[in-house]
Ligand binder design. Structure first.
Ligand code: G3I
Length: 305
């Protein structure tokens, strides 16, 4: 097929992008996004600070703008994200202990209930593990409520939206030999063995020269899938340009297609100028909306296998 979404669909997968609400009035942006992608993540608009700016006052206007654009254009939605140490509203940043635990679970319940039936997969918990070699949980106000906060969030999400896939999502979990990857793996293994409701693991896949695409990427995806969860590439971007960037993108697509339970790939933005990496060129379209070599490589690989 001739677009990313249609080509991925022929392989039983999706190809998605993050959408920023502020760009929905840019017709070049919406034309590309609508043509190429069939899974949509809100880049910021469903996060905790956006959806619960004051405790127990929920605001879904910005999230709905993206959800409606996606659903009206026949696309599926990835929910991002219900519980995270970052982008918490001020009132939550100042909370600790059992009141924070209750507020977090209330947030998960209310947001997942509001979007019930509209979400293909939720990033229930985002970025809960520390970087580096410790393999430990990241210190945060949520972690300090007790090590079981993650499973509590997953149980609340399952009760609120039984049909959404529930995912754990993180970055720098791509290299199988890294301590952070191993630590997330052990958590998922533990959840599966104890019946904690988890359906999928999201690999953010933000790559750059200091964090290149590892040669064992396929091994990582396959090992997680073998635990009995789906795996998804959720926020892909790769710094660089030209052939080198295109080759790395091709490798990611190849790795996903080689794993039966790798359901799809989402890139974290449409054009380079839309990326959170303000000065970089990590995406598939340049700032003028033209297809890059990386785009051609991804499309060709989706159509090859
Ligand atoms: O909307 C305000 C605007 O009103 C204000 O004038 C401006 C001034 O700084 O800030 C705007 O908010 C910014 C927001 O993006 C929208 O553009 C925030 O400052 C900025 O921090 C926020 O950055 C987002 C970042 O998450 C925050 O953690 C990026 O857009 C978003 O791409 C990025 O996405 C994360 C994923 O959620 C999780 N994984 C990593 C990924 C990349 O960092």
């Amino acid at each position: 097929a001739s677009t990313l979404g249609a080509s991925a669909a022929e392989r039983g997968r999706y190809f998605g992008t993050a959408i920023a609400g502020s760009r929905l009035s840019d017709s070049q942006y919406t034309t590309i996004a609508n043509r190429e992608f069939n899974m949509i993540s809100a880049e910021n608009e469903m996060k905790l600070d956006a959806t619960e700016p004051n405790q127990n006052q929920f605001t879904f206007g910005s999230g709905d703008q993206i959800a409606n654009w996606a659903l009206n254009n026949g696309k599926r939605l990835r929910g991002h994200t219900l519980a995270w140490h970052s982008q918490q509203p001020g009132w939550m940043q100042r909370m600790e202990g059992s009141s924070l635990r209750s507020a977090m679970l209330n947030h998960v319940t209310r947001v997942a209930t509001y979007y019930r039936g509209k979400i293909y997969a939720w990033d229930v918990v985002n970025e809960a593990f520390a970087d580096g070699s410790s393999g430990a949980r990241r210190d945060s106000n949520l972690q300090r409520t007790g090590n079981d906060w993650i499973e509590a969030a997953f149980r609340a999400a399952r009760a609120a939206d039984p049909n959404a896939k529930l995912c754990y999502n993180d970055y720098n979990t791509d290299n199988w030999s890294h301590a952070k990857t191993q630590a997330v793996y052990r958590m998922v293994q533990d959840f599966k063995s104890r019946g904690v409701p988890i359906d999928c693991v999201g690999f953010q896949a933000h790559f750059n020269s200091g964090n290149p695409v590892p040669s064992n990427y396929h091994t990582t995806l396959q090992n997680f899938a073998d635990l009995g969860v789906d795996v998804q590439i959720t926020e892909l971007d790769i710094e660089g340009s030209g052939t080198s960037q295109a080759d790395q993108y091709r490798g990611i697509v190849q790795a996903c297609l080689a794993v039966t339970r790798c359901n799809g790939i989402t890139v974290w933005g449409v054009r380079d100028s839309d990326s959170w990496r303000a000065s970089g060129t990590p995406l598939l379209f340049n700032g003028n909306g033209q297809k890059k070599a990386a785009y051609d490589a991804v499309l060709a690989q989706l159509n090859t296998g």
